[in-house]
Design a binder for this molecule. Structure first.
Ligand code: ADP
Length: 439
C-alpha cells in the first residue's frame, strides 16, 4: 500500500517538474495551469481505469482481466492472478463433484439425498430403477409422492432411523429392498436402498431346506424308534424279530440314502471345476446305464438304447454318470410294469445330448419347473415306495450345470416323460478309437 502511495505521489511529483519549468519560463499562472492540467490527466487516467475495473467486475462472465499501465497494471495483474487461482479451484471442485457423483452412480445400492422436507435433492441410477423415480424431473418432489409403500411412509414419518425398513417394490413386488435413512448435516438425509431379494430368497431356501431335511430324516427315524420299542418291549419269536429287523434296516437305509444324496449335493457345491481335458468314455457309460436300468427293472420294462455319434463328453466321469443314472433310474421307478424306456444318445461336433424317454406316469405341467428343487416330489408316496429321496433331480441339475449343460423336461400325465441333458460343443471330444465308436 505504501509503495502504491509512493507511486501516486511520484506521479504527482513528476507533474510538478513541467509546472515549475513553466513557472520559471512563463510565469506563476502558467505553472499552476500546467500543474492543474497534469493533475486532470492523472485523474482521467485513474477514472478510466477505475471505470474499466467496475465494468469488468459488473460483467456476468468477466473474461480476461483488462490490461493497464502503471499502478493499475499491478492491480489488474493481482486480480488476474486471483481470478486464475479461483478458476483453477472452481475446476478442481467441479471435477470433485463429477467424481463424487460418478462414485454415487456406481454404488451397488440406490442412493437418494433428501432435504429437510424430505424432497429429492439427488439420486443415483440404482435408486431411479428401484423406486421408479427420475433423477432429473423429480428433483424437488417429496419422496413420499413417488415412493408410496405404507412401510416406507411410516418409516420416514417415525423419524427413528436406527435400523432399516424392508419394502417390496418392482412389478409384482418382485424386489425386496432394505431401506436405511442416515440423517446428516442437520437437515439433510441420505436414503440407502439395498436389494436383498436374492439374500432373502437364499434365507428362505435355507430355512425350507433345514425344515425339509429334518422332516425327511424324522419320518424314518420315528418308524425306526417305534420298531425298536416293539422289539425291546415284546417277547417276539425269532421269525417276527427278523421281520422287524428287516423293516428297521429299510428305514435305516432310507436315512442313509438321504444322507448320501445330501453329501453328494454338498460335494458338488464345493468341488473344483470339472476337468476340461478328461474324456468320459460314453460307450462304456451308456452300456453301464443300460445294465443299471435292466437290473432295476428286473425285466418289467422294455428298455432300449439308441445311440449316434462318435463323441465323448469332457468332464468328471463320476458326476456325469451319476446325473445320467438318476434320469434312467427315475424312468424305471416312475414307469409301470410293461412300459417302454428309451435311452437316446446323440453327439456331433456341435454338441451332445442324452435323453431318457419313458411311457410312465408323466408329470403335470405346473410341477415341471420345480422338479429340480431339493425334496420336491409330485407324489411323495410313490417316490418313497421306490426308494426316492427327492434329491435326485437336484443332483442332476447341479452336476449338469457344472458341465455347462442343461436339463429339459417334457412330460404329459398318463403318457410319459422325456428328460434331456444337453451338452455344449466345448464339452465334447472325438471318441478315442480304442474306446470304440458309438453308432
Ligand atoms: P425322487 O427321489 O423323489 O424320485 P427326484 O428329484 O429324482 O426325486 O425327482 C423329483 C420328482 O420328479 C419325483 O418325486 C417325481 O415326482 C418326479 N419325476 C422324476 N422323474 C420322473 C419320471 N421319469 N416320470 C415321472 N415323474 C418323475
Amino acid at each position: 500500500m505504501n509503495s502504491v502511495l509512493v507511486r501516486i505521489l511520484a506521479a504527482a511529483a513528476w507533474l510538478a517538474i513541467p509546472a515549475l519549468i513553466g513557472r520559471m519560463a512563463i510565469g506563476a499562472d502558467a505553472g499552476w495551469a500546467l500543474f492543474a492540467g497534469g493533475l486532470l490527466i492523472l485523474l482521467g487516467y485513474h477514472a478510466t481505469n477505475l471505470r474499466r475495473l467496475l465494468d469488468w467486475l459488473a460483467r456476468k462472465d468477466p473474461g480476461d482481466v483488462p490490461e493497464a499501465s502503471g499502478v493499475w497494471d499491478d492491480a489488474f495483474a493481482l486480480l488476474h492472478r486471483r481470478e486464475r487461482r479461483l478458476a483453477q479451484e472452481r475446476q478442481r471442485l467441479a471435477r470433485l463433484v463429477v467424481r463424487y457423483s460418478q462414485a454415487g452412480r456406481a454404488l451397488p445400492d440406490g442412493v437418494v439425498i433428501l432435504d429437510g422436507d424430505d424432497r429429492i435433492v439427488w439420486c443415483n441410477s440404482k435408486a431411479e430403477a428401484r423406486f421408479g423415480i427420475d433423477g432429473n424431473t423429480d428433483v424437488g418432489q417429496p419422496i413420499t409422492n413417488l415412493v408410496r409403500q405404507p412401510e416406507f411412509v411410516k418409516y420416514l414419518a417415525a423419524r427413528d432411523y436406527t435400523g432399516p425398513a424392508q419394502l417390496k417394490t418392482g412389478r409384482g413386488a418382485a424386489l425386496t429392498l432394505s431401506v436405511q435413512i442416515i440423517p446428516y448435516d442437520d437437515a439433510q438425509k441420505l436414503l440407502l436402498a439395498r436389494d436383498i431379494t436374492q439374500a432373502e430368497r437364499l434365507e428362505t431356501m435355507r430355512r425350507d431346506f433345514v425344515a425339509n431335511v429334518s422332516h425327511e430324516l424324522r419320518t424314518p427315524l420315528t418308524v425306526l424308534m417305534g420298531f425298536l420299542e416293539t422289539v425291546r418291549e415284546l417277547k417276539l419269536d425269532p421269525d417276527r424279530a427278523r421281520n422287524y429287523m428287516g423293516m428297521m434296516a429299510d428305514q435305516a437305509s432310507r436315512m442313509q440314502h438321504i444322507i448320501d444324496d445330501l453329501l453328494t449335493l454338498s460335494a458338488l457345491e464345493v468341488a473344483p471345476q470339472p476337468p476340461w481335458d478328461r474324456q468320459v468314455p460314453m460307450r462304456t457309460v451308456l452300456a453301464s446305464l443300460c445294465a443299471d436300468a435292466e437290473a432295476l427293472s428286473g425285466g418289467r420294462h422294455h428298455i432300449s438304447l439308441d445311440a449316434h455319434g462318435d463323441w465323448d463328453l469332457l468332464g468328471a466321469e463320476s458326476e456325469i454318470a451319476s446325473a445320467l443314472r438318476n434320469l434312467v433310474t427315475n424312468a424305471v421307478r416312475y414307469t409301470p410294469e410293461g412300459g417302454e424306456i428309451r435311452l437316446i444318445w446323440r453327439s456331433s461336433d456341435t454338441g451332445a445330448s442324452f435323453a431318457v424317454e419313458d411311457s410312465g406316469v408323466g408329470i403335470a405341467t405346473e410341477h415341471i419347473p420345480r422338479l429340480t428343487e431339493r425334496f420336491y416330489r409330485v407324489d411323495s408316496g410313490r417316490s418313497r415306495e421306490t426308494g426316492g429321496t427327492g434329491l435326485g433331480l437336484a443332483i442332476v441339475k447341479h452336476a449338469l450345470l457344472r458341465h455347462q449343460a442343461s436339463l429339459q423336461i417334457e412330460s404329459e400325465p398318463g403318457k410319459g416323460s422325456r428328460f434331456t441333458a444337453s451338452f455344449p460343443a466345448r464339452r465334447i471330444a472325438a471318441a478315442h478309437p480304442s474306446t470304440g465308436v458309438v453308432t
